[in-house]
Design a protein around this ligand. Structure first.
Ligand SMILES: Nc1ncnc2c1ncn2[C@@H]1O[C@H](COP(=O)(O)OP(=O)(O)OP(=O)(O)O)[C@@H](O)[C@H]1O
Ligand SMILES: [Mg+2]
Length: 483
């Protein structure tokens, strides 16, 4: 018989849960204090599940959680929490709790379902579900323990209506993580909409987020819905949140507090139920100290904090990631010598997974034929940089395209030159033809990426890319021709 332990100082809560679960056929043991908890004989009573109140007058719920997990590691624990202690509940999940539920319980069906799901599901099926969801969004989990922990926590909080702040250096996969959370939530059939707070001017970002009424400003010829409205049933991803101006921060805080907002030029408050995820590669806490970021907004956004480790701290996953990126080129057969792999693993990867992905693209682009065997000799850049690289700082964007185009192109050129310096014969015509191809591929990719942020609005995309509509159509048509 499945046995559940309930720890809550409120006698009525204990009685209620006891009734609920006894009627469902579970065996229930309720304790109302630390003293009663200490009297439990864990050697002779196996619990499959436990529900622990975080706030007990004579004990800390986290300490009881640790005790239960130490004595009975297979026991699945649900933390019971009030809104003010959700952050601690998330900490509890990092310590091994499987889930948390908010008190007072306002949805008994949900409570029953949470407990049933937990007790029926076994660990491996959960793991498999995480892997399936991750594959869906193109996220390689790998073997690194820190990364696995982060993804576990992300999975556990995905279904909750709490804001999540995703931190991590550039290119570590913050956006992919946000997509994973959306995919793992009940909102997965609704839209996931991302907006880059650093890429738009203050006024554009404001009307993008909140929408505007007709005539709100010059050029506002029509009413337009904002992202808080469009993503009301889905997920809104605020990328580079540290870049949001003070005035946008105030407006964001208001929506987070009241779930209400007004379109620019509007007078009617509108309601939003959007789930908010935010990302930053800056140290937001430091920005708060320097008074660049509002503290109250920080706490609202940072209910759950996920920090994605840099690639240099999860080098064991590099071969797996390479394999993943090579799958984009099914006609290519690329193998790496042990020496080459070792060198790739000793490189610091300041641009993280994005840099690795670009690197693979480069190898494939410059390959002479469908078969390439990469040896350490092919990797001069890795050799030089693994020695000279300094630890990357939050403001150092030189490795990524878009943030330092000149440096990016220069690096690309240097890499290409050192790659070809190892070859005796080079077919330059072919190389130049491939570069032309790369140019149009990059153009297409940027158009598609921009169209995603403008929700398919081609005019807006052309404006942001500073190209004519004709050019945009040309690039898109070209995409169809080559597909
Ligand atoms: N775990 C992963 N598995 C596979 N690909 C990944 C993973 N993480 C990131 N990537 C790939 O690396 C690239 C960068 O990821 P993403 O855009 O999510 O990073 P980011 O942290 O948001 O970067 P930035 O701070 O520069 O915006 C993308 O092409 C993404 O598909
Ligand atoms: Mg990003």
């Amino acid at each position: 018989m499945t046995s559940i332990l309930i720890i809550d100082d409120e006698v009525e809560v204990g009685n209620f849960l006891s009734h609920l679960f006894t009627s469902k056929g579970y065996k229930v043991r309720v304790v109302n204090s630390k003293k009663e908890f200490d009297a439990i004989d864990f050697d002779h009573h196996q619990f499959q599940g436990a529900m622990i109140d975080l706030k007990l007058p004579d004990a800390n719920g986290l300490a009881l959680l640790k005790h239960v997990k130490r004595r009975q590691p297979h026991c699945k624990v649900i933390i019971m929490t009030g809104y003010s202690t959700i952050k601690t509940a998330v900490e509890a999940m990092k310590l091994g709790a499987s889930d948390y539920i908010e008190k007072p319980f306002d949805d008994i069906d949900l409570l029953e379902k949470q407990v049933d799901d937990l007790l029926v599901a076994n660990g491996t099926s959960n793991e498999q579900r995480i892997l399936d969801l991750a594959t869906n969004v193109g996220l390689i989990v790998g073997h690194n323990e820190a990364m696995r922990q982060v993804i576990q926590t992300a999975y556990k909080v995905a279904g909750k209506h709490v804001n999540v702040l995703i931190g991590g250096e550039t290119g570590t996969g913050k956006e992919v993580f946000a997509r994973f959370i959306h995919q793992a939530s009940q909102r997965c059939y609704e839209s996931f909409i991302g907006v880059n707070c650093g890429a738009l001017s203050e006024s554009l970002l404001e009307s993008e987020l909140f929408g505007h009424e007709k005539g709100a400003f010059t050029g506002a010829t029509q009413k337009r819905k904002g992202l808080f409205e469009i993503a009301s049933k889905g997920t809104l991803f605020l990328d580079e949140i540290a870049e949001a101006s003070t005035s946008i921060q105030v407006k964001l805080l208001r929506v987070l507090e009241t779930r209400e907002f007004m379109r620019v030029g509007g007078e009617q408050p509108l309601h939003t139920n959007a789930r908010l995820l935010a990302a930053t590669n800056e140290d937001l806490q430091e920005a708060v100290q320097q008074k660049k970021f509002r503290e109250d907004l920080f706490y609202r956004l940072n209910v759950v904090h996920l920090e994605i480790p840099p690639l240099r701290d999860r080098k064991e996953d590099i071969p797996l990631l390479i394999e993943h990126f090579l799958k984009r080129y099914p006609s290519m057969e690329v193998s790496f010598s042990d020496g080459a792999l070792e060198m790739l693993q000793s490189y610091e990867w300041p641009g993280n997974i994005r840099e690795l992905s670009n690197y693979i693209t480069r190898i494939v682009t410059f390959a002479d034929s469908g078969h390439v065997n990469i040896t350490a000799d092919h990797l001069p850049f890795a050799k030089q940089r693994s020695v000279t690289l300094k630890k990357r700082t939050a403001n150092d964007h030189t490795e990524t395209p878009g943030t330092g185009m000149d440096n990016f192109i220069e690096k690309w050129r240097d890499d290409a030159l050192s790659f070809y310096s190892k070859k005796e014969v080079i077919n330059l015509e072919e190389v130049l033809a491939q570069l032309k191809q790369l140019e149009s591929q990059l153009g297409k990719a940027l158009v598609l990426q921009t169209l995603e942020t403008t929700h398919g609005n081609r005019k807006e995309a052309a404006k942001r890319l500073q190209i004519s509509m004709r050019k945009l159509r040309y690039l898109l048509n070209e995409k169809r021709n080559t597909e």
